[in-house]
Design a binder for this molecule. Structure first.
Ligand code: KG4
Length: 342
């Protein structure tokens, strides 16, 4: 089954053709990062307009690279939530028109479910159940993936997502947007241990997380140093900050695995590209004898192939939608409303 998949929830327009949920025939991406870097972050209205500009040509490119004609497409999958609402709406509206024009089913895909499914492309033998640490620019979740379409949130951030925290901390260190990758490179230049940063715990919710205090601490440290004319060890601060994020994520992931008894742990999302978090996860999983799936870096960030992968399993579960399907800025990953055919 060949699925044409669309992703436009933030600053990447992506269109892919994926066969049977596991084989990527094409994966075309148009990144807007350079445009938003001028403003130090994503400008939602510009993101929507850029999606409109490229999505039709990108679709032609994805079909051409997959060596497919429109008639070869069996279904259309699309991110319907969560994300910047205008941006999601562009992809959704375009996908609806394609599905309607081709007379094929329309499959709504939750963006974070897509990030998780990126692992099905990287690890052909991976099947649920497993535990996922989903860490991206907008979401930080511990998810028990019971089946391809049955998921339960075990823990989540109470405020900022890990990626948002990386981007804001990177900004005060003078790094370009998006800050996660340059922060990673800077952190690797230091052994750290210079700055004491907060590690938040949520009372009564040991698997939940909070990153806003950490973000504020880094901002205050950098501003204070600037105001009193003290030198700032930027590499050490990057390292200590990253370690604080990792020390929040990794022990909770292992605790969630112990509680659920899951032997397999899967990382997903843009922040899963972080070299220090990856190394800490590897160490922790090796110690406890659990299998760890770390997606290759190109599958950590937003892409269309992951939507095609999850779309296949949503289709098998009967989760298709009618033309009245709407986009949502926020939506729970365990959203059952979408399961009912409309
Ligand atoms: O998954 P993604 O591409 O988009 C969303 O769905 O949000 O994640 C983007 C986030 C950004 O905050 C970016 O700074 C972060 O992932 N990121 C990283 C790294 N590479 C990207 N954060 C930490 N270390 C990295 N190497």
């Amino acid at each position: 089954m060949k699925i044409l998949a669309f992703e436009s929830s933030c600053d990447e327009t992506a269109v892919a053709v994926v066969e049977d949920g596991r084989r990527v025939l094409s994966d075309a991406i148009a990144s807007q990062v350079e445009m938003h870097a001028l403003y130090g972050g994503v400008v939602p209205e510009i993101a929507s307009r850029k999606h409109v500009e490229v999505i039709a040509a990108l679709t032609e490119q994805a079909l051409r690279e997959a060596n497919c004609s429109r008639r070869d497409i069996d279904a259309v999958a699309v991110t319907y939530a969560p994300g910047l609402i205008g941006a999601v709406l562009v992809g959704l509206s375009f996908a609806k028109s394609v599905a309607f024009g081709l007379g094929v089913p329309l499959i709504p895909v939750h963006h974070v479910r897509g990030h998780i499914a990126a692992n099905y492309l990287a690890f052909p033998d991976l099947e649920p159940p497993f535990l996922t640490l989903a860490i991206s620019g907008g979401n930080t979740l511990l998810v028990d993936v019971r089946s391809y379409t049955d998921m339960e949130i075990l823990g989540s951030t109470r405020d900022d997502a890990a990626g948002e925290c990386f981007d804001k901390a990177a900004r005060v260190l003078g790094l370009p947007y998006p800050g996660g990758k340059p922060m990673d490179a800077l952190a690797r230049q230091s052994a750290g241990g210079v700055y004491t940063l907060p590690h938040a715990h949520v009372n009564g919710a040991p698997l939940d997380m909070s990153f806003s205090g950490l973000k504020t601490a880094v901002v205050n440290l950098a501003h204070h140093a600037q105001q009193v004319g003290q030198p700032l060890d930027r590499a050490a601060l990057a390292r200590d900050f990253t370690q604080a994020v990792s020390d929040t994520l990794v022990p909770r992931t292992m605790e969630a695995a112990r509680r659920t008894g899951r032997q397999v742990i899967v990382a997903a999302g843009g922040v899963a590209a972080n070299s220090i978090i990856r190394a800490d996860l590897e160490r922790a999983c090796r110690k406890e004898g659990r299998r760890l799936c770390l997606p290759p870096l190109r599958l950590c960030g937003d892409n269309g192939a992951m939507i095609g992968a999850q779309g296949y399993y949503e289709y098998l579960a009967g989760n298709t939608a009618g033309m009245s399907l709407n986009a949502f800025a926020t939506r729970d990953i365990s959203d059952r409303q979408i399961s009912a055919k409309k």
